[in-house]
Ligand binder design. Structure first.
Ligand SMILES: [Zn+2]
Length: 463
């Protein structure tokens, strides 16, 4: 069975030009000059006239059904991956979580149990290591063999995920040995916890204090410390959800010096700010995530970092909690508000809005949303590019359509939108995953269990 996507403009990380895309089964057979349809006879034709044709989005930072603070993020793998597909993301990499005192492989089994057979799109896993010891260090090798080639450590959340500098050093040494990528949540959680305790003792319980007790300096300090530990151990490093200008400076300096240091940011740090966290009443709880939203002047710096490739990837850190019940756990105590913002559905649109606003080039949009994340996490060229042999994960995007983001129209299983009422120029038109049409003409046509697990290779940027 073959499909010809004809008449569109194929956008890649290196340019944009009119071309047709021929799909045979689950793979791309050819990217052809327009009008040259030999070999495509009998193919089902999808008309992409006036639209962009791009490789499906790759979101390397999601948390479906993640346990946090006594509850679970509200999207299951089923609802979350379906929402991702609606928004033009055809691959996610989610985080398996090792609870303290348990094994990495057991955690991996648990996450396979949640995801397998339930995903609309293809998916992989990173592993959160919250207990660094002899056994788990050995298990890291088994994880790599099982296609989980990246490990996340936390400098924040003492008592939960937090790892000491010594534990981080050991894990980085092992990661360097086995060719794995270390991902870091870089905030100084020990210092933050003191500021949180002081704020609460002073009666400052509102959501805005979540932001005020996690200042940018403590992200920058942790980022620098992670970079230093990576240098000492020879481990490549990927800073997750970078939010603050001084942290970006630390990454830029390391990259200028030739270090294998990479960083991602997320749409919430490009568009939302501390002002949202300070919305009246308890409204700010909708915007509680860590690192916190920053003052608006950080946003320009992050956009510049994206253009300059000091920020290589945009992921969502999708971690939804419903406002009506889950976020309420922190009413009267901001430290108990579940951390996370929903976003998996809107990443492609919000970044396209950056193109519309002249903040990103068209090619850079595809690069940071699809191609680089695929290469960073060992999925290229299966994912992240429209080329013969690649999976036919394709988004047809209408750059002139307009839409308004809203909880009343989104597909994520959460009762609010962090971008309620925001106007977007551009909209996903059609989405294919491995040659199967998931979204077309405003309807969902995918099926549960279409998505399959991606055993990943090593980071493809390492020398
Ligand atoms: Zn996260």
């Amino acid at each position: 069975m073959s499909i010809l996507i004809s008449g569109g403009t194929v956008v890649s990380a290196t340019g944009a030009e009119p071309a047709d895309v021929l799909i045979a089964g689950e793979r791309i057979a050819a990217v052809i000059k327009p009008g040259f349809t030999a070999g495509a006879s009998g193919a089902q034709v999808i008309d992409a006239t006036g639209k962009y044709v791009l490789p499906g989005g790759v979101d390397v930072h999601t948390h479906m059904e993640m346990p946090f603070g006594g509850t679970f993020s509200s999207d299951t793998f089923e609802t979350g991956t379906r929402a991702a597909a609606w928004g033009g993301t055809t691959t996610i990499i989610d985080f398996a979580v090792q609870p303290k005192g348990t094994s990495l492989l057991a955690a991996l089994d648990t996450w396979h149990g949640k995801a397998d057979g339930n995903c609309a799109i293809d998916y992989g896993f990173h592993m959160i290591v919250s207990d660094v010891n002899e056994t788990t260090l050995k298990e890291m090798t088994a994880c790599v063999d099982a296609g989980v080639t990246s490990f996340k450590l936390f400098m924040a959340y003492p008592g939960v995920f937090y790892a000491t500098d010594g534990e981080i050093l050991l894990a980085m040494q092992q990661a360097a040995r086995i060719g794995a990528l270390t991902m870091m949540h870089a905030e100084n959680g020990i210092a933050i916890d003191q500021l949180v305790a002081q704020a609460l003792a002073a009666g400052h319980t509102e959501p805005v204090h979540h932001g005020l007790t996690r200042p940018p300096e403590l992200e920058a300090e942790a980022t620098s410390r992670a970079i230093t530990l990576a240098a000492v151990t020879g481990a490549p490093l990927y800073i997750v959800h970078l939010s603050a200008a001084p942290a970006l400076s630390a990454v830029a300096e390391a990259r200028d010096a030739g270090s294998q240091v990479f960083a991602e940011t997320c749409p919430q740090y490009l568009y939302l700010s501390l002002d949202d966290l300070g919305r009246p009443g308890f409204e700010g709880a909708k915007y509680v995530c860590s690192p916190p939203l920053r003052t608006a002047e950080h946003q320009d710096t992050l956009w510049r970092g994206l253009r300059a490739n000091d920020l290589s990837v945009v992921s969502t850190d999708h971690c939804p909690f419903c406002f009506a019940d889950q976020k309420q756990l922190g009413r009267g105590d901001f430290a108990k508000i579940p951390n996370g913002i929903p976003g998996v559905e809107h990443r492609m649109d919000l970044l396209h809005q950056g193109v519309v606003a002249g903040r990103l080039s068209l090619s850079r949009w595809v690069e940071v949303a699809s191609t680089t994340p695929a290469r960073m996490f060992g999925l290229y060229p299966r994912k992240g590019v429209l080329a013969p042999g690649s999976d036919a994960d394709i988004v047809i995007y209408d750059p002139t359509a307009s839409q308004e983001l809203s909880a009343s129209s989104h597909h994520m299983n959460v009762d609010y939108s962090a971008y309620e009422g925001m106007h977007i120029t551009g909209r996903v038109d059609t989405v294919l995953s491995r040659g199967a049409v998931l979204v077309e003409a405003g309807e969902y046509r995918g099926k549960l269990s279409h998505g399959s697990f991606l055993a990943r290779g090593a980071c493809q940027y390492l020398t």
